[in-house]
Ligand binder design. Sequence first.
Ligand code: SF4
Length: 325
Amino acid sequence: MNLKEQLLRWYHLNHRKLPFRETHDPYHIWISEIMAQQTQIDTMIPYYQKWLERFPTIASVAEADEMDILKAWEGLGYYRRVRNIQSAAKIIQHLFNGQFPTEYSDVLSLPGIGEYTAGAICSIAYNTPVVAIDGNVIRVITRLFGISDDVGKKTTIESIKSRIIPYLDDNNNRYLTQAWMEMGALVCTPKQPKCKDCPLKEHCYANKHDLQSVLPNVAKKVKQKTEEYDVFLNYNTEVINVSYDDSDGLMKGMIRLPQMPKEKRIVEPDLILKHVYSHKIWILNVYVNQFQCDKMRDMIHIKEIKKVPMITAHKRILTLLLESD
Ligand code: SF4
């Protein structure tokens, strides 16, 4: 058996039965791929299932109120993703007659869809012979072929791509794409890869030269920036002050508690909370019913607060301070 046959055989016997892998519907695959970005599979599955119940068609996404789609996404973070989904759904309605496009270049032209996602959708839904390179695939291919260049560089990704292209074909591509990904998720894991059980071990450069711990070559990340803010939780038994000010460009459209850059104050905060995003850390000094600020013009009935889409950092504050009352 050659490498491709070994890989496919392993995949058919061992792959996880994930709900979005049991379908060839491009809409379902698209939603799952966007949700899986920056989110663990176990976490995103219930969101994926609820999303398809709430928005069963592309048309239903295009026509939905933005607040409803943000609410369905609440907790997944990176809300730009869901806004792009709705923009793309509207384009599909207008330019593609409501049908998800079948050409790779058309798929790639939609908002929020990059090369990886377009490759995953086209190969899994239509068997198109295109590559889909995510972190799992990068790990498997760099180890398998001994590619030691920095994987943050475009030229390294091109070199990884060139190693996969010879294996593409029109009949098996949906399985090959998923096989590379599953290999990275289940066998060729970041730490302690299961080389003894690996179907590709005889072909593997890293296994032969004991290089699993140094491949892939990932350059060190830039340190996250820390920002400190004051947050004002002002409420009574009826209403709670909220803010629609998303001028910081983060999580546009999501409701938040009034927040401003930290100032020197004579009173201590009621709570200090650290919230870690992938690119920055927020230190939040929370004051309860202590201050007024000009971002406090808007109010929501306290019983409605759980129903509106709110940024996760501030939801944590409400959970800690209101639900413990
Ligand atoms: S032999 Fe080990 S390092 Fe090589 S592809 Fe398999 S699991 Fe990865």
